[in-house]
Structures are given as structure tokens and as C-alpha cells.
Design a protein around this ligand. Structure first.
Ligand code: SAM
Length: 297
């Protein structure tokens, strides 16, 4: 049985060495997710139980493009762009320039599939985004905030690269406000440990950070109901995986660009209990998927 002390040590490591832990985790799991989930490592919003995945992703992306006013934007930044699939959608839908940054070289190794004159990718850390030396009029951060070591500092740094009047869209993995220690330990810590997540933020705290950094709040919406089918699918995929996977399948999924040793296999194996715990987190309501659209004053 894990004690909270064990967790504390892990979370301290994920916070202090977030760059190293992200590189390792995504080197191990990028192809696994692409095979068992999708090239988009984010949630699709569903209108109902019958909508197809294709339609849900299309409508979700259109909603985000509209919110960010991408057709009029000259410089767009996709923070934590992953394998670049959505960054490519951004570039397809603007005459402006699009930059995708990510801390994982393994994730970025898949961006070579996308070739557009207005599309660039860079190996770069969100926590240093204010040192990029570029300003943007639309910025996106989707399904990656949970990995950041300091959410408040991240919002502060991101605010520095956003032009006045420009928008920032965050799709955040948050925790419900007011949870007690036992609730967090029982439900959230296990999957945070498997996913190298140092901490989860509450929607109220994000709202505070936006206000502290000169943003007007345009919309904050809890999307849990609309993303339900995503974690059900993740859970079913994990069950399907454990039924069919064998140890010999695993090495092929690991990125060969860095030496992970036995950690690679461990990280892949840990995705299965993580998927199961995430569903528990959502079923009990402690995990919230939240849409934050804000505009720089
Ligand atoms: C779940 S994936 C989401 C990727 C992408 N936004 C998408 O929707 O497909 C999370 C991504 O966050 C990236 N990431 C985590 N921490 C980061 C940081 N500090 N700077 C840049 N990227 C980071 C990871 O490398 C990973 O590619």
C-alpha cells in the first residue's frame, strides 16, 4: 500500500524534474496513445451518445478555431503541441504563421508529417515561453496544463507573449475545489503518479491567475458532461489492451531516440492503471475538464 509520503516524493520529483519526466514519459507512451487513442492527445466534445468521433473532433476543433479567431490571427502559438495534429489544423485554417512548441522530442518527431509554409515546430519548454522572443495574437494550451510544475507561474509567463486584445484558450485538467486530503489521495494521486503530474489546479485558482495577469475572462465552462465518452473510451481501450497485449509488443512502441531502459516498459505498463483511475476520478466528479477563454487587456 502506498503511503502519502511515497506520493510526496514522486510529486516533488515531477515538479523539480518535469522536463526529464515529460521527455521520458512521452518517449514511452506517444505511440501507445496514438495506437490506442488517437493522434490528437486531447478530448473531443460530444453533442450526444450517437455522434461519431470524426464529427465530434471536427466540431470541437471548429469551436476552438472560432474562439481563438484564428482566421484573423497573424501569429498563433500552440503550447504543448504534442505530435502536431492540431497545430496542423490551426495552420490549415489561417493565413497567419503558426508555431507549435513541445518539451518532448519524441512527440515532436511525428510533426515531420506536416509540411506547410506557415507551420513551424520547436523543442521548447512552456515554463520558458517568455524567453522565446515572439509575441502572438492567439495562444492555445490543450490537455497539458496538468504537467506544468507551477500553474500560476506558467500563466504569468504565457501572458507575457500575448498581445493586447489577443486571446488565450486553455483546456485544463482541473481538480474539483474543496477536496480533502483523503479524497485526493484515494482518487487523484494514483493517476497523477502514473502520469508524472506534479499537481492539479482548481478552476477558481486559474480564474485568479488570469485576473492577476491582466486577462479579461470571456468564458469558463466545465465540460465534464461533453467529454464523458472520451474517458469511457480510454477505459475500454485499456481493458482491450490488457486482454491482448503481451510483453513482446511493448518495445516496438517505445521511441528509439533516447535510452529508457526498463523505465520504458514500466511507463507503458503504468498507463493501464492510470486509465482506470482516471475514469474513477471523473465518475466521482473530482476531475474536471474545463474550458477557459480569456483575452489580454
Ligand atoms: C496529452 S499531450 C497533449 C498534446 C497536444 N496538445 C494535443 O492535444 O494533442 C501533453 C503534451 O504536453 C507536453 N508538455 C508537458 N509539459 C510541457 C512543457 N513544460 N513545455 C512544453 N510541452 C510540455 C508533453 O510533452 C505532451 O506532448
Amino acid at each position: 500500500m502506498l503511503t502519502s509520503n511515497t506520493y510526496t516524493k514522486d510529486f516533488k520529483y515531477f515538479k523539480e524534474k518535469y522536463d526529464e519526466s515529460m521527455e521520458c514519459m512521452f518517449a514511452a507512451v506517444s505511440d501507445l496513445y496514438a495506437e490506442y487513442w488517437n493522434g490528437f492527445f486531447h478530448f473531443a466534445l460530444f453533442k450526444d451518445d450517437h455522434e461519431s468521433w470524426e464529427s465530434a473532433f471536427l466540431n470541437t476543433h471548429n469551436k476552438y478555431l472560432e474562439a481563438l479567431r484564428t482566421s484573423d490571427a497573424r501569429n498563433i502559438l500552440d503550447l504543448a503541441c504534442g505530435r502536431g495534429d492540431f497545430t496542423n489544423v490551426l495552420a490549415e485554417n489561417t493565413s497567419g504563421e503558426v508555431l507549435g512548441i513541445d518539451i518532448s522530442r519524441s512527440q515532436l518527431s511525428h510533426t515531420h508529417r506536416f509540411k506547410r509554409p506557415n507551420l513551424r515546430f520547436k523543442h521548447y519548454d512552456i515554463m520558458k515561453v517568455d524567453e522565446l522572443g515572439e509575441m502572438f495574437d492567439a495562444v492555445m494550451l490543450m490537455d497539458a496544463d496538468c504537467y506544468l510544475p507551477d500553474k500560476q507561474l506558467a500563466v504569468e509567463k504565457i501572458s507575457k507573449v500575448i498581445k493586447s486584445g489577443a486571446r488565450f484558450l486553455l483546456l485544463g485538467w482541473c481538480k474539483q475545489s474543496g477536496l480533502n486530503q483523503i479524497q485526493e489521495e484515494l482518487v487523484l494521486y494514483p493517476f497523477m503518479k502514473y502520469w508524472a503530474i506534479p499537481s492539479l489546479e482548481t478552476p477558481d485558482n486559474y480564474k485568479k491567475y488570469f485576473e492577476q495577469n491582466n486577462f479579461n475572462i470571456i468564458e469558463i465552462t466545465d465540460l465534464n458532461d461533453q467529454v464523458k465518452r472520451n474517458w469511457e473510451f480510454g477505459y475500454e481501450s485499456a481493458l482491450g489492451g490488457v486482454r491482448t497485449l503481451s510483453r513482446k509488443d511493448l518495445p516496438r512502441l517505445i521511441w528509439k531516440g533516447m535510452k529508457l531502459g526498463s523505465d520504458g516498459i514500466r511507463l507503458i505498463k503504468e498507463q493501464f492503471p492510470a486509465a482506470i483511475y482516471i475514469k474513477v476520478g471523473y465518475d466521482v466528479g473530482f476531475l474536471r475538464y474545463v474550458y477557459f477563454l480569456v483575452e489580454k487587456k
